[in-house]
Ligand binder design. Sequence first.
Ligand code: AP5
Length: 219
Amino acid sequence: MFKSVVVFIGPPGVGKGTQASLLADSFSIPKFATGDLLREALKNKTPLGVEAKNYMDSGKLVPDQLVLNLIKGKISALDKETGFILDGFPRTLSQAQGLDEILLTLCHNVSLAIEFSMDEEERIARLTGRRLCPNCQRTYHILFAPPKKDSLCDYCSVQLVQRADDNEEVIRKRSAVYWETTEPLLNYYRQKNILKVVDASSSIENVFSRIKHIFQELN
Ligand code: AP5
């Protein structure tokens, strides 16, 4: 059984969600992406979704405590022995410290943090061409990872959509927020000696093969 807790960190469009889905599918590991969970709350118009909407639409971070409560609910429901992947969480030092406190109560700790790194202009091209399945949250790209049938999810056959925050203005704002908030988070994991950097500019398959290798070393 996979027992480790792994976090994926990286700027918008770097491929965290794509790789998290591939790993989760290949190794049958649970994964939680705070962006997906927040979009689901927004779609269902829950109080959390309503509160998060303005932050997400403008590319700002949702307040730490809201996101921590959301994640706590998800991971507390898992079997204590089960490991999992966190995509896009934590995003701030305070979220990382909050996560450690939650994990402590579950006798877990973060075993590995992967930082995805890549040039900004290429990331913007990835995001403007991204399409999303509103049902299973799988992501596609009109050029780099197209669905088998035009505009339909390969798994759900549902019409793919474009995310509201995938326009260039909001993408640049999300990137700026990332650089303003992430360095202390990276330092936190660097000091614990669990941070690995992956060059995310290569093909989806190449990046996956690198990540798979890191995973196999971990278990
Ligand atoms: P979130 O949904 O997490 O967005 P993000 O961090 O901006 O990351 P993205 O989902 O845009 O990119 P990704 O790295 O997952 O790329 P992907 O794999 O899709 O967050 C959205 C918002 O929610 C935030 O702005 C904030 O408001 C809020 N939020 C979320 N978490 C929060 C938290 N912890 N705290 C506070 N607020 C929070 O790939 C992109 C595209 O590229 C796809 O089309 C894909 O097919 C393609 N692609 C992927 N890899 C490759 C490759 N190797 N080669 C070619 N194409 C590729």
